[in-house]
Design a protein around this ligand. Structure first.
Ligand SMILES: [Zn+2]
Length: 343
């Protein structure tokens, strides 16, 4: 966090409330009338520049949380899980075990689906793995939804390992419009051919890597983009959806579970989620998990988040909640009205 602080001590604690401290000194204060809003004068003081240095889990979160009060927004505390990189070579038993478990726990989830597996000369379309299609279809009837995760999730390498819209050899975007559009189109066609198109909620970019213009093409096609926004933002631990143009980006701020056996990762994620749980006005705790790792390591994460008070929600419902907040929030308009009187 930026150390360039100006501290303030309230002389009358009935008039000003300390909202955050740093090294035991008041750094954020507010004062607000008791009435419900429109006539109440309010005053907020932040003795730092909370957006000048945005770090994972930093003091900027307190500021963003408090902004909800200013704009009169309250969110749910939603946990999200996405089952990652499901493709025509995925193990059907693993996926079945995990989706059955989530359904039984009443935990909504998203399957990030790659419709074609490609590596060297081996090409398998989703429709050829009828057992997998059956499992995914059944999952979508029991709390699951899909996001399209590229067409092949590779450029020259193997599906799931390589990036699709980014050349890893020379770190440049693969952004020719026709190339990008046809990949989206063929991907959606394969979902249609397998009867899954109606369950598709949005898009997730392979490895979250594509050029700015390419993101524009994704945004043209999908209302929901299930990753943090990349362009002009650096909001790694962001616990909120963000809208860019007309697409809502839902972040995965807890990252993913890497494939080792240590329980340390579970603790780390739960510690982060616990920190986010302290946000007064809500937010999301969102992670993704590769179903090939099996159920054993997923269970404590789900249990832990539920124990902390999170309610699991689908990415689509988080998007809808966010859009509803956007239209119902009146704080911003109130400020505009107030200033217009001075003209
Ligand atoms: Zn992926």
């Amino acid at each position: 966090m930026n150390r360039d602080f100006i501290y303030l001590e309230p002389l009358n604690s009935e008039l000003a409330r300390v909202r955050a401290t740093f090294e035991n000194r008041s750094i954020v204060l507010s004062s607000r009338g008791e009435s419900t809003a429109s006539s109440a004068a309010s005053f907020y003081y932040a003795g730092s520049r909370p957006t000048s240095s945005i770090v994972s889990g930093g003091g900027n979160l307190i500021f963003m949380d408090l902004m909800h009060e200013v704009y009169r927004i309250r969110r749910n505390k939603s946990a999200l899980i996405r089952l990652e990189d499901v493709n025509p070579t995925s193990d059907v038993d693993n996926l079945t075990e995990i989706t059955n478990f989530l359904s039984e726990m009443n935990v909504p989830f998203t399957i990030s689906l790659i419709p074609f597996y490609l590596h060297e000369n081996r090409l398998i379309p989703l429709r050829e793995n009828t057992n997998l299609v059956k499992v995914i279809k059944s999952a979508t009837n029991h709390g699951g939804e899909i996001v399209l995760h590229g067409l092949t999730h590779q450029h020259t390498g193997e599906t799931g390992v390589d990036s699709e819209f980014w050349n890893e050899m020379n770190s440049t975007p693969l952004e020719e419009t026709g190339f990008v559009k046809s990949r989206i189109e063929i991907g959606l066609e394969e979902l249609k051919a397998t009867g899954l198109l109606n369950h598709n909620s949005g898009w997730e970019t392979p490895h979250y890597k594509a050029g700015n213009g390419t993101y524009g093409l994704f945004e043209e096609e999908f209302d929901l983009i299930y990753e943090a926004p990349h362009w002009n933002y650096d909001l790694g631990f962001l616990p909120y959806p963000v809208i860019r143009r007309n697409s809502v980006y839902v972040p995965t701020n807890l990252g993913y579970y890497r494939g080792d056996l240590s329980s340390q990762q579970i603790e780390e994620k739960l510690t982060k989620a616990g920190l986010l749980q302290e946000l007064q006005f809500g937010g999301v705790a969102s992670f993704f998990y590769h179903p090939s790792l099996g159920l054993e390591k997923l269970r404590p994460l789900i249990d832990g988040l539920i124990e902390q008070g999170w309610k699991f929600a689908s990415a689509k419902s988080v998007m809808k909640e966010f859009l509803a907040e956007k239209t119902s929030s009146t704080g911003g308009n109130y400020e505009l009205q107030k200033f217009s009187r001075f003209k």
